[in-house]
Ligand binder design. Sequence first.
Ligand SMILES: Cc1cc2nc3c(=O)[nH]c(=O)nc-3n(C[C@H](O)[C@H](O)[C@H](O)COP(=O)(O)OP(=O)(O)OC[C@H]3O[C@@H](n4cnc5c(N)ncnc54)[C@H](O)[C@@H]3O)c2cc1C
Length: 291
Amino acid sequence: MIPAAFEYDRASSVEEALGLLRTHGSDAKLIAGGQSLLPLMKLRLARPDRLIDIGRIEALKGIRVLDDGRRAVGSLTTYAELIASPEVPYGLFKDALPTIADVQVRNRGTIGGAIAHADPAADMPALLLALDAELVCRSAHRGERTIPATQFFQGPFTTALDPDELLIEIRLPGPSQHHASAYRMLEQPASGFAIAGVAVVIGQTGAAADDVFDDVRGAVTGVGDHPYRAGAVEAALVGTPIDGPSIASAVGAICEGVEVMSDIHADREYRAAMAAVMGQRALEGARARLT
Ligand SMILES: Cc1cc2nc3c(=O)[nH]c(=O)nc-3n(C[C@H](O)[C@H](O)[C@H](O)COP(=O)(O)OP(=O)(O)OC[C@H]3O[C@@H](n4cnc5c(N)ncnc54)[C@H](O)[C@@H]3O)c2cc1C
């Protein structure tokens, strides 16, 4: 399969990439690792007139620890770099990242590309939703803005990014010994994408009694037309010890308010049931990390 013809620019700086985006507007498409965009172009499901290659912009690579402990992950950081880095010691990353795709895709695919692409069954969006990540974006004419992950994913392959915006970095809360996280998913065996994937973060802040959790976040991928936070599960578990009975009772609401997808791999009923099972396993996994 051969893509349709396109013009090609390689940007060597963020400013150059933003200038090219402003000049060429929606005729142009950014390319980072190419692991989502190139397959689409080869199938001619995407036919951009111009590619702006950001893959060699050093300023978008790597992980910084900010003064307040948060992590700033450059949008070009690859899955492989996240796996190898001691600076992102989140349990849900350890669970999810080694299972995404294969080693070649993990060496090329970037965190920015994964979330800008916004596949409704991708893993990374759920991880960032559960972590309460913030996404720093920049455009030539409007400058920089920060979008909470909870407002970023808006529909299938649709995000809050404007066509002339570049995702610069992803900010994650600093690791805390009073928090733990986990990710569990049922994957579609041929593609590896989630039929139902659930990421959770649970924690205690200073104000919480010893045996209860007052910070509970859960995010679901593969189930709705875009990844979402499972608000009803979170509300049911805040103020509880997060044990067998409270988990079993809460996960029944994991699809509340969501139009559950149905396809040849899983009908609505099965997918919803698997979301509850994955939610239960993720919560048990996070809870076990705190004992
Ligand atoms: C064989 C295979 C198996 C896979 N399995 C899985 C899996 O199991 N789970 C899973 O979640 N994913 C899976 N994927 C998808 C993979 O994770 C993503 O394709 C990859 O991470 C996207 O990153 P990229 O850098 O390659 O993006 P690209 O393909 O370069 O770009 C993707 C999109 O993001 C935009 N973009 C890229 N960078 C930026 C930026 N900085 N700012 C704004 N827009 C940007 C591009 O314009 C494009 O629209 C698989 C892919 C393949 C090929």
